[in-house]
Write a protein of this length. Structure first.
Lengths: 697, 171
């Protein structure tokens, strides 16, 4: 199957892709050198005044075994070994944070750090063999460095995002090399070696992935903290503040990226409702409650808006004329195991068997299990999930075809380019299995018929599937998990002033795991039973529109609420009016519209993302954070433990909390102390003394 | 309104298109132009149903598609044209459809298909069509998703770079 190249190769060969990869590596490495140092420098510093006893809780030392476990965890997050769920679970910083926490002995803090890092990746989506950034690397390495250096979560986020960019290099290396292994699978197919094709889909690709994942991450985890800790203290305190400011601003990008999917149409107001409800509760409302309210509203919206409109328009509008299920000739040939009986009745026996072979339920399920595990085991630029598809078909081919010619042809047929969403898209596999069964029984189904179902459906189902699984379910469940993980912050007592709750990661794991497997199973079995027309039947029924509209209501409400909690912008300066000094944040903005700036930032980011790439926006926001933290209006902080009011108000922006004026009697203060929930870290960070940093009265 | 985007992608409407491109370019309508798809009522139907409910999808063959694309370009609507092959793009251009940029998305590998960039592959015939398009003044960019930086065709196609008399394609 190797492309027969002309003598003069008109295009550069594939290794070209290594060049940009290398450039990116250099850029990312530069970022890595720049970013972690100050971030780690800030590590214990804001925490120090929080509790004197915290001095005992020094940096965690990472041993070789721990470093290996972290590296192995990162490998697993891209591997097929978790029933295809790694991408939805270990690859997400929320979950990675929990496991890094377990490895390093602090699962609560690990979950909190992971949850915070995940904020920047709420809108993450990998579609069609592209990876904009690697949340897996950001989660595993970011949490490790944060825990080892006792970083606060906001700074961990600013550190993790550049690390995530580094991960795209690993992805490119993998996607490039795996193309070669696809040709190894071709060779096994030519030999009629079913097991060989299956092996080539996982063995070389996974060995390579293991190598390129474990080695760099082991080095980063084992040596990284030491290296960056050595660069500590070199940077002025305002730079450290600037990174913490960035930690509050960057979640706006993650949230806005997700808004690109759900922030549109009639459900837009629910975003603002979620935001306002959370602000009204002084950021204390549990996200789970917001989600429960969202379910109620989703039901109401779908019933009284979506369904009412469908009734008005009439379902016939959605169904183009001349296309009723079953009315076309090809509908019968395109799937439905029910058609098998009819087909086999008139079939001429094939091969050496008199009776046409039938698939058992076990064959179909085994095929589903193989696909679920190994769809992305050898993901590559040349064929994407092509070898994964062939691997999944091995139980079917083994049952249906006897002669070596048949086997070779079937393997070849399914080794071609293929890519879809690996759960919703399973309708294709089900329908193709049914077609193979009929073909083996003698029905006149040629390669073109099978290929056209695969190539025609893989795109549309990827579009629908990505919207459902990556674009809707994952961020909603993540928002709930992140909310639970950080929700106990109100009662925060750890050195960082907040305690994470591992339950957040566990709840997310359960929700996403069950949904994804269920969707994949139903799509597979229904596709087999009802053929390709299952797709049009479901789409025409309006079920998908109701589901996505309802999810849009829920998603907007939850995302709005999370934005209120997670996006942190505090203006620091004061203005003088005769004798009165008014703080821009606490005395003016908070009196007019609490939470106005984060809301403007999120909506503005959503708007900007139509014109500006997320990467540029990231650089812009980092720059704004640093400039914002520069002490324009006074001497600024003398060191990272300087939390005096004058130092705080010397800059434009302040991290964690609003600047609180030193008052001998905090109770008499005109403005209430900021909620600790609003901050990415300890409220003591901005407070003049630990005693005044008590929870809001 | 001039066509918002003309894209070649052998999977037509899929994750990248629905998730990113549609929103990024702000299109009201998708126009799929492909003879094989137009001749297959089932696939046409799937494409129409797979797009978000608020974005209508039209499927046309090459002949009808060119006329429709010209019509849409002159209408106030913002249309997004999806094709399966660079050859179709050249046909449209030759049929008088104006577009300054041709976006190349995923094009699968296969026998006789050369890798251009990531998951973008092209046959000799398709490469010739792309070069011809550049000669006609259409800039060909390789770009899977809107968030990526576009890669110009000539940076991956040195052998068949544009002829010297061709006006600067980067204008």
């Amino acid at each position: 199957m190797a492309p027969d190249r002309p003598a003069r190769v008109p295009v550069r060969a594939r290794p070209r892709t290594l060049l940009p990869a290398a450039a990116l590596a250099a850029a990312a490495a530069a970022l890595l050198v720049l970013a972690p140092a100050p971030v780690l420098a800030a590590a214990r510093l804001p925490l120090a005044p929080a509790s004197p006893g915290a001095a005992a809780a020094s940096a965690i030392t990472i041993g070789p075994l721990q470093a290996f476990l972290v590296a192995f965890g990162y490998y697993l997050s891209n591997s097929p070994w978790l029933f295809g769920l790694a991408y939805f679970t270990l690859f997400r910083p929320l979950v990675a944070g929990l496991f890094v926490g377990l490895i390093l002995g602090d699962p609560a803090q690990g979950t909190l750090v992971g949850a915070t890092i995940n904020l920047a990746y709420l809108g993450f989506i990998s579609a069609g063999g592209t990876l904009p950034s690697d949340p897996g690397l950001a989660g595993w390495v970011g949490t490790t460095l944060a825990l080892a250096g006792r970083l606060d979560p906001a700074q961990a986020l600013a550190l993790a995002v550049p690390i995530g960019l580094l991960g795209t290099v690993i992805f490119n290396l993998r996607m490039t090399a795996d193309s070669v292994f696809a040709h190894w699978a071709d060779a096994r197919a030519e030999a009629g070696d079913i097991d060989g094709v299956a092996r080539m889909n996982w063995l070389p690709g996974q060995a390579w992935l293991f190598l390129i994942s474990v080695l760099p991450v082991f080095v980063l985890a084992y040596q990284g903290t030491d290296v960056v800790l050595r660069v500590l203290d070199a940077l002025p305190a305002w730079v450290l503040n600037g990174l913490a400011v960035a930690g509050g601003i960057l979640p706006a990008i993650g949230i806005a990226l997700n808004m690109r999917f759900i922030f549109r149409g009639a459900v837009v107001p629910y975003f603002f409702l979620g935001y306002l409800v959370m602000v009204a509760s002084d950021l204390k409302l549990q996200i789970v409650l917001v989600a429960a309210i969202g379910l109620v509203l989703a039901y109401l919206h779908v019933t009284f808006v979506t369904d009412a409109r469908r009734r008005e328009v009439g379902p016939s509008e959605a169904a183009p004329a001349g296309l009723r299920p079953g009315s076309e000739v090809s509908a019968a040939s395109a799937g439905g195991s029910a058609a098998v009986a009819a087909a086999s009745a008139s079939a001429t026996p094939t091969g050496s068997d008199a009776a046409p072979p039938r698939l058992t339920r076990g064959d179909v399920l085994r095929s589903w299990v193989l696909w679920t595990f190994f769809s992305h085991a050898n993901y590559n630029y040349e064929r994407l999930q092509g070898t994964g598809f062939a691997h999944a078909m091995t139980p079917i081919i083994r049952r249906l075809y006897r002669t070596e010619d048949e086997i070779r042809a079937a393997l070849r047929r399914h080794l071609v380019f293929f890519n879809t969403e690996p759960n919703v898209g399973n309708v294709i596999h089900g329908a193709v299995i049914a077609m193979e069964e009929q073909r083996a029984a003698g029905a006149p189904i040629d390669d073109d018929a099978i290929n056209s179902v695969k190539s025609g459906l893989m795109g549309p189902l990827a579009g629908i599937g990505d919207t459902i699984s990556q674009g809707t379910l994952t961020p909603i469940f993540l928002a709930v998990g992140i909310g639970i993980a950080g929700a106990s912050a109100a009662a925060g007592t750890s050195v960082a002033g907040r305690t994470g709750n591992p339950l957040g990661a566990a709840v997310y794991l359960l929700l996403i795991g069950v949904s994804v497997v269920l969707i994949g199973y139903l799509a597979w079995t229904q596709g087999y039973a009802r053929g390709r027309t299952f797709v049009t039947d479901v789409l025409r029924s309006g079920a998908m529109e109701r589901l996505l509209t309802g999810a849009g209501v829920l998603g907007n409400l939850v995302l709005g609420a999370l934005a209120a909690q997670a996006v942190i912008v505090f203006l620091a300066p004061t203005v003088s009016l005769y004798e009165t000094r008014l703080n821009l944040q606490t005395d003016i903005l908070d009196k007019l519209f609490p939470g106005l700036l984060p809301l403007l930032l999120v909506v503005g980011t959503w708007y900007l993302l139509r014109r500006v790439s997320p990467l540029r926006l990231l650089a812009l926001y980092l720059a704004i954070s640093l400039v914002g933290a520069f002490p324009f209006f006074g001497p600024g902080p003398t060191n990272a433990t300087d939390f005096s009011y004058s130092a705080c108000t010397a800059a434009l922006l302040h991290p964690y909390t609003a600047c609180t004026p030193p008052s001998p009697a905090p109770a008499a203060s005109p403005s209430p102390p900021p909620s600790p929930l609003a901050s990415g870290a300890a409220s003591p960070a901005a407070s003049p003394s630990p005693t005044s940093s008590a929870a809001p009265s | 309104m001039p066509l918002k985007l003309v894209r070649v992608d052998d999977r037509l409407i899929h994750g990248q298109v629905v998730a990113v491109w549609l929103r990024a370019v702000g299109a009201d309508r998708i126009l799929v132009v492909d003879d094989a798809v137009a001749a297959d009522p089932f696939l046409s139907d799937v494409l129409r149903l797979a797009a978000p409910p608020d974005v209508p999808v039209e499927v046309h063959g090459l002949a009808g598609g060119a006329a429709r694309a010209r019509e849409l370009a002159a209408s106030p609507e913002a249309a997004f044209v999806l094709l399966r092959s660079p050859v179709s793009a050249l046909r449209l251009r030759e049929a008088g459809v104006r577009f300054d940029v041709l976006n190349l998305g995923g094009l699968g590998a296969g026998p006789g298909r050369h890798p251009l960039h990531r998951s973008i592959h092209a046959s000799d015939e398709e490469l010739a069509a792309l070069r011809r398009l550049e000669a006609l003044g259409t800039r060909v960019e390789l770009r899977l998703v809107a968030d990526e930086r576009p890669v110009p065709l000539r940076s991956v196609d040195r052998a068949g770079g544009p002829a010297p008399d061709v006006p600067d394609a980067t204008r």
